[in-house]
Write a protein that binds this ligand. Structure first.
Ligand SMILES: *[C@@H]1O[C@H](CO)[C@@H](O)[C@H](O)[C@H]1NC(C)=O
Ligand SMILES: *[C@@H]1O[C@H](CO)[C@@H](O)[C@H](O)[C@H]1NC(C)=O
Length: 196
């Protein structure tokens, strides 16, 4: 018992030490380890929505065939519209929750609560930033959409990475290091926000 208390203290101490030690301008070297594999993506069946959005993005003037369409700024905008998660530029949280409950595979349902929390945290953060900067809504960019959906999408991914359920987390050193670095150096909303 005594021993476990001591080792717990040592672990906390080490964690705190490493957390405080990061220089945020110098991210750790992950040696090509793919950090995106650290939190397993839930199995999500979106039917023909990805195909529709692929077509939509390829039809935009800003389409670039060098990059996959899912990397386009307007891809999340299309995904959220097509799934009903976003209506008239506003995220509908009950629909987000309902959609995930209906379309994430049963064995991955654990992560739905985490994703919903990420949405709430990201929406709250971005909205309060917009309010404090007196921004009603983000302007439509020459890309063909407002960056709002893309911002929320990137934020939700980063936030879910930090709050990944243990059973979907790859408990390996580069992953834990990436998480500690992000916790210290990449606070909400995890992405740069436009100022107008
Ligand atoms: C942090 O890293 C940057 C970029 O490598 C470097 O210029 C800076 O001196 C470092 N700061 C500290 C406190 O080590
Ligand atoms: C939000 O989503 C819920 C659940 O799908 C739906 O019943 C409601 O009509 C939606 N609200 C808007 C404004 O689209």
């Amino acid at each position: 018992m005594r021993k476990s208390i001591i080792s717990f203290c040592v672990v906390t101490l080490v964690l705190e030490c490493t957390q405080a030690a990061f220089n945020c301008s110098a991210p750790p070297n992950f040696n090509n380890f793919d950090i995106n594999t650290c939190c397993r993506t839930p199995e999500l069946d979106m039917g023909d929505v990805p195909q529709k959005c692929d077509k939509y993005v390829s039809g935009l003037k800003s389409a670039n065939s060098k990059y996959p369409s899912y990397a386009h700024l307007c891809y999340p905008d299309c995904i959220y519209r097509e799934t009903g998660a976003m209506v008239n530029g506003k995220i509908n949280m009950s629909r987000v929750k309902q959609y995930l409950e209906q379309h994430v595979h049963r064995r991955d349902q654990d992560i739905v609560t985490h994703i919903v929390h990420s949405f709430e945290a990201c929406l709250g953060n971005v909205k309060s930033h917009m309010k404090s900067s007196n921004i009603e809504s983000y302007k439509v960019l020459p890309h063909g959409c407002s960056p709002f959906a893309g911002i929320i999408y990137s934020c939700v991914n980063a936030e879910t990475f930090l709050k990944c359920p243990p059973k979907m987390w790859k408990n390996e050193r580069p992953c834990n290091l990436a998480k500690e670095f992000a916790e210290q150096c990449n606070p909400l909303p995890h992405v740069p926000l436009p100022s107008s």
